[in-house]
Write a protein that binds this ligand. Structure first.
Ligand SMILES: [Zn+2]
Length: 221
């Protein structure tokens, strides 16, 4: 029986047991939703800049050091997972892949870059909620943009057995994407939501002030 792809705007036939055509099946796999478009570096940049500004404005605030501590704990846990695996303890594949990615990130990019990318995505989600098709699609974008930091910097990944870095460009399996996103969210999610809230409030205040000024200017004689 031939069925149409379940994406309503799509004219293609669904393939195999899937409810999607090949293209949408691949998008679902890569982005966590068949209709999610990947968040680009360019799109995320203004949100990252605002996080950097906030860092610069509040250098003594303990938030930043606490978030760094959380990143260190996450990578230490990943290191322990990989050490157990290297010693012969079986590991759940997507957990091992996530540990590998966390160590690759630790070795190839700065803590701030990882933290600010996650915080920026939370801010973007608050400002542009319709940009994300679902919570899962949001999590995939977090994982993709953070993973992209390592790819952009080095294109390196850690060999599971030898522990050495090697160049790879393979796609990360969906379960590993979810697992990476869950780790990042558990470490930075609360701060991400709080900073996004602050960001939204400032944006609304700015907007209210602009409206007041516009109204006041109209009354000027
Ligand atoms: Zn389709």
């Amino acid at each position: 029986m031939r069925r149409q792809c379940s994406v309503s705007s799509c004219r293609q036939q669904a393939t195999g047991f899937s409810t999607h055509c090949d293209a949408h099946k691949q998008t679902l796999r890569r982005h966590g939703h068949a209709e999610q478009k990947g968040v680009t570096v360019h799109e995320l940049r203004p949100y990252q800049e605002r996080i950097r500004e906030r860092r610069a404005k509040n250098p003594g605030n303990p938030t930043w050091a606490l978030l760094e501590r959380r990143w260190e704990a996450l990578t230490a846990h990943a290191e322990a997972t990989m050490a157990r695996y290297a010693a012969g303890t079986p590991a759940i594949t997507h957990e091992r892949q996530t540990a590998e990615q966390l160590l690759t990130l630790r070795d190839s990019t700065s803590k701030d870059a990882v933290i600010d990318t996650v915080l920026a995505l939370f801010a973007m989600n608050a400002h542009r909620p319709t940009r994300f098709q679902s919570d899962k699609a949001f999590r995939f974008q977090v994982a993709r943009r953070v993973r992209g930091l390592a790819i952009a910097n080095a294109g390196l990944s850690r060999d599971a057995k030898s522990g050495r870095l090697k160049r790879t460009y393979r796609d990360t399996p969906p379960r590993a994407m979810e697992c990476l996103a869950a780790s990042l969210e558990s470490a930075f999610g609360v701060a991400g939501l709080r900073l996004a809230e602050l960001d939204m409030r400032e944006a609304t205040t700015g907007e209210a002030e602009r409206r007041q000024l516009a109204a006041a200017l109209k009354d000027l004689q």
